[in-house]
Ligand binder design. Structure first.
Ligand code: MN
Length: 733
């Protein structure tokens, strides 16, 4: 292909001019020169590079800057960073160069953006630990998130040029992480576009189907909206309102989800659109005018009493303000009506972007955003040993809708739906949570586990003697409360163990045994306890008596047992012995109390026959009975084996691997991931595919609850066209 470089140069300048036009309103003296400089540096740095589409690479940073200016409303620093966002990662330009040319702030933001790229864009799947890193980086400066969102939006808009597997990866991450982030920041327009594009690439058929149906039904819908609106227009006009009124279609993504989750037909969805009334009114009349409009509309159409949402008196924590109602329209159809002012509409569509325009409320919005970021940071900085659980908690908090409750003094607290009185207590203060003994909701006494509703007034009752209990973990859903309770339980245990140590020392002393590390460890092994801390803990509870110590001493003084022979009969004997012992380890029963690990050599999951093996440094390790290492362990170290079984209702997840072999059919990966995501209680951790010629090989690591689920999933995967063989694999890749 012949490339006309001169024409390209002109086009680059053209796009640059459009960018300047988009930020013009906010440019102050000297700003234009700085942006020009960033533009020139970026052009020079990327000059040899092209995008997958063949276009000059510089089109991308300019487009990202354009989104930042137009759709997010970032200022000069943001625009400069957007133009430079890929330079440090992809070109010879260094962070120091950027710092020298544009100063500290710009280089900080570029550094954040580069770090995110390293963890997300260059690894095969987002893993728990990476996810945490990304969010920590993002929350350093809000602009890092905003520019990353713009970057992702442009990449999604141009995703057609990527290979299929890349498309899948990028689109899934978009749905998993970026769309919820945009939602939380109140960037509604961007969120909707990200979701629709995400769906387009993860479920192309589903997307096309909904899009086609929407097109088909458009004329009818337009007529209906016209009929609905017309009489209202007249009355609102007579009353002297300045307003616009229109029907607004719901996004393809949200319609698709409704079809899937509610199991209804497209024709049965009544809220394919909402009617929006945007009034132009001075700030001091906003609220009363919105209610006046509400009154006019409900005089004309009958409202459904339980579908009134007043987000004007109490805006959502992402800043959303609007008055929603659902009324009975012509032809007996329910219609959602959204009433808001021009300012509210602007904020709802563009979130952060609209701040600079509405100075009066900017401080308030800013502080909301700050408190949201603070909450993220709190969650991230509390290191939780189980990173996966962290993601679940975090995503729950990110996705969920909110409720708000009030303290007796009238302070409002926002919490995710499903939060309990105990969550509320921790939301007020860690100390309040830890000493919480109950609560009064709307003046009535309720238990800690009481689930709050929006508008509840909550008074927390505390006692200095109260401390967090194990079962509290079942009562809370916020990440904050969970991690605080866990920390406190750990501390309690440590303290009790310290007392137990002294108790045990006195007991040893009584029968004249030296209280040495060696002896303590020996005694631990004798009792099959995972750690000395566990031993001390039991001693403190009075579960260790002198008789046991004496028995151990007697055994210690006997000559060591002869080494068992490695014949099969003997091994079988040992297995039976080990499993006949009364000390039964129940896996999944209270993670806090047991120090055990699932061995990575065989990745056991519930349903597998397993045993526990006491290791010196790592507590008890759980192996499958048919683990390749089992024979060695069982034959040489039978005394260290503990019988183990799975708790029945263990709602914990276990990592398992499966390998899929087949022929490279069109849509194969898509179909496989669809099967997996349709399976209940199964979560994908990573997915790796390789194709060679016609052959296809994939490794998928998933979290499942037990073998039943895994086998069910494997059966379903076998039915996918093109799959020829599936096997369970042991080693992590
Ligand atoms: Mn980029």
């Amino acid at each position: 292909m012949q490339i006309d470089l001169e024409a390209e140069r002109k086009e680059i300048l053209n796009r640059y001019k459009l960018l300047i036009k988009a930020c013009k309103r906010r440019l102050e003296k000297g700003d234009k020169e700085i942006i020009r400089k960033a533009f020139e540096v970026a052009v020079e740095a990327h000059k040899e590079m092209r995008r997958k589409s063949g276009e000059p690479y510089i089109y991308h940073p300019i487009a990202v800057a354009q989104i930042c200016a137009e759709e997010i409303g970032l200022g000069t620093t943001g625009i400069v960073c957007a133009l430079l966002h890929d330079t440090v990662e992809d070109t010879d330009l260094t962070l120091d160069d950027v710092k020298g040319l544009f100063g500290e702030k710009v280089s900080q933001i570029i550094n954040g953006l580069t770090k995110i790229s390293e963890v997300i864009d260059n690894t095969s799947s987002i893993q728990a630990e990476n996810f945490r890193k990304v969010l920590l980086t993002m929350s350093e400066d809000i602009r890092v998130i905003l520019i990353k969102l713009a970057d992702r939006l442009h990449n999604m808009r141009t995703l057609e040029h990527m290979k299929r597997d890349k498309q899948m990866k990028i689109a899934s991450e978009t749905l998993f992480l970026y769309a919820p982030l945009a939602h939380r920041l109140g960037l509604n327009t961007i969120k909707t576009e990200l979701e629709d594009l995400g769906l387009k690439y993860t479920d192309t058929d589903g997307y096309n189907e909904v899009a086609a149906k929407l097109r088909e039904t458009e004329p009818e819908r337009k007529r209906f909206i016209q009929k609905f609106i017309e009489p209202l227009k007249e009355i609102l006009g007579e009353q002297g309102f300045k307003f616009t009124m229109y029907g607004r279609p719901k996004s393809i993504f949200s319609i698709f989800n409704k079809l899937k989750t509610k199991g209804v037909l497209f024709e049965e969805i009544y809220d394919l659109f909402a009617i929006r009334i945007v009034i132009d009114t001075p700030p001091e009349q906003e609220k009363s005018d919105c209610w006046k409009v509400y009154s006019i509309i409900t005089d004309f159409y009958h409202p459904s009493p339980d579908r009134l949402r007043d987000w004007i008196s109490t805006p959502k924590s992402n800043g959303y303000e609007s008055l929603h109602t659902t009324v009975m329209g012509p032809q007996g159809r329910w219609v959602e009506v959204q009433i808001r002012t021009v300012r509210m509409d602007d904020l709802a569509e563009n979130g952060y972007a609209a701040h600079w325009k509405y100075k009066a409320s900017a401080a308030d919005k800013e502080s909301k955003l700050e408190s949201w970021l603070l909450r993220i940071r709190e969650m991230l900085e509390n290191p939780d040993p189980n990173a996966l659980e962290f993601i679940d908690d975090f995503k729950l908090n990110l996705f969920s809708d909110e409720i708000f409750g009030f303290t007796p003094k009238g302070d409002m607290k926002t919490l995710p739906v499903g939060s309990t009185a105990l969550d509320f207590a921790f939301e007020i203060h860690t100390q309040v949570g830890e000493h919480c003994i109950g609560a009064k909701v709307n003046h009535k006494l309720v238990p800690l586990s009481y689930e709050l509703k929006s508008g509840d007034q909550v008074e927390i009752l505390t006692s200095n003697k109260q401390t967090p209990k194990e079962d509290w973990l079942h009562y809370v859903i916020t990440a904050k409360a969970k991690s605080k309770i866990k920390n406190s339980l750990k501390e309690q245990r440590k303290k009790i163990a310290e007392d137990g140590r002294e108790i045990l020392e006195r007991k040893f002393y009584k029968i004249k045994i030296d209280f040495t590390l060696q002896n303590v460890n020996d005694f631990c092994n004798y009792l099959r306890l995972p750690s000395s801390q566990e031993l001390f803990y039991r001693a403190a509870l009075g579960n260790i008596d002198v008789k046991e110590i004496k028995a151990w001493v007697r055994e210690k003084e006997q000559p060591p047992k002869p080494h068992p022979k490695k014949d099969v009969a003997k091994i079988e004997q040992l297995v039976t012995n080990a499993r006949g012992k009364s000390d039964m380890l129940v896996i999944g029963d209270d993670m806090q109390k047991l120090d055990y690990k699932l061995s990575p050599c065989c990745n056991p999951i519930p349903g597998d026959d397993v045993f526990g093996f006491i290791t010196i440094n790592e507590g008890i390790k759980i192996h499958r009975v048919n683990c390749p290492n089992a024979i060695k362990l069982l034959s040489n170290y039978a005394y260290r084996v503990v019988k183990a079984k799975w708790m029945n209702d263990a709602m914990i997840s276990f990592l398992a691997g499966i390998k899929i072999i087949g022929t490279d059919e069109l849509g194969l990966i898509n179909n496989i991931t669809k099967v997996i995501s349709n399976e209940n209680n199964v979560n994908m951790r990573s997915i790796n595919f390789d194709t060679e010629g016609e052959m296809f090989e994939g490794t998928i690591m998933i979290y499942v609850h037990d073998t039943k689920h895994l086998n069910h999933l494997i059966e379903n995967l076998k039915k996918v066209k093109g799959v020829t063989r599936i096997e369970r694999i042991d080693e992590k890749n």
